[in-house]
Design a protein around this ligand. Sequence first.
Ligand SMILES: Nc1ncnc2c1ncn2[C@@H]1O[C@H](COP(=O)(O)OP(=O)(O)OP(=O)(O)O)[C@@H](O)[C@H]1O
Length: 392
Amino acid sequence: MKHPSLMSDQTLFRDPAIFETTHLPEVFNYRDAQMNDLAFALRPAVRGFSPLNTVLRGPPGTGKTTAVRRIFAEVREVTQRVVPVLISCQTEQAPNAIYSQIFRAIFGHMPPRSGVANERILEKIALRLIERKAALVVCLDDAHYLIPDGTLNRVLSAILRMYEAWPGTHTGVFLTISDLSTDFTRTLNPATLSVLHAANVYFMPYGAEEIREILLDRIRVGLYPGVVPPAALDYLVERTYACCDLRMGLDLVKRAATTAEREARTEVTVEDLAAAFQISRHLEVATVVGTLSSGERAVLDAVLAVENEGPEQVIAKQVYERLGEREHVSYTVFHERLRKLEHLRLLDLTVRQEKGRRREIFVREGVEEVLQGPAGSSGANRCAGVCDDEKW
Ligand SMILES: Nc1ncnc2c1ncn2[C@@H]1O[C@H](COP(=O)(O)OP(=O)(O)OP(=O)(O)O)[C@@H](O)[C@H]1O
């Protein structure tokens, strides 16, 4: 197909920011029921009481964070008596970091970097809330990141039991969870569960027509007319639907339009989108890998090194020995890191009873590509593998 060429200073993007993951869309369709549930949960807080604790459950890219950002923005507009704080648990994984973010939302600056105990930060938060007669609502976004080492339990307990140490405080939480197998009754202790007592709000994957409308809305605002012709749009919708993640669709449009622009074309083609898909398909794994600590990353590297040595199934003992060549860690710490990698769905662990207990390790699809491929080439199995080419 021939395309009219573009001048070098011309662009296909009316507004490139529209395709950033941090962009808050002006139009947020198909989530009215969920927005109503969240508004209902916040109503007591607006009246000066504790909000209803709520868990937002749904696969990645189904609008959970966007729903919270929008409802928090509305709350900020209508009242000063609620302090809404959204915290990404992908980036803030320690209690101190989380309390510091809450502190910043209330005081406008971070607490002193060192020497301030968590208890002291919480006290300052509580006293200021009482003084302002304000309720605190903390959204722990992607809260499942805090489960493996017990941080979620500690943080929830501290926030939800604030009223015990500082009577008169009103607090509540929203938790977003994209790992649908998360079962709080098995990961939180009974004392925390009894104060959490949360309602669930479900974010089911969007249908193909909903995806088409949402992407079309973004394309209309973000690109010049005609950049995504009908055949390309059909391909885009099918790919996004197969992965049940809108973020994938937005990323594909951005990459494909950038390619077309670089090649001085005015339209993206199905081929541009297919090439972009090879990079975007492992987006989620790449994001998760980016959140690993250096110790966790070292364990993952050791697993892959052992896996690449031969056809035999990787077992934990070999990985521990391989890791020991680089750093000394106790077996307990090593095992905790393995469990965390399993929890983040980068690895699967199984125990086999064969001449004693063998702990076998399976690397999930996309992990190797992310660790070894060029930046950004990565890939996760978001919806039980529907992203992979065979199913496509
Ligand atoms: N109904 C919608 N209308 C417009 N854009 C949407 C809609 N739902 C989701 N999006 C967009 O899709 C992207 C992913 O949404 P969001 O981050 O809210 O998903 P999520 O469910 O929180 O994902 P994760 O669990 O991975 O954090 C964002 O760019 C968001 O703007």
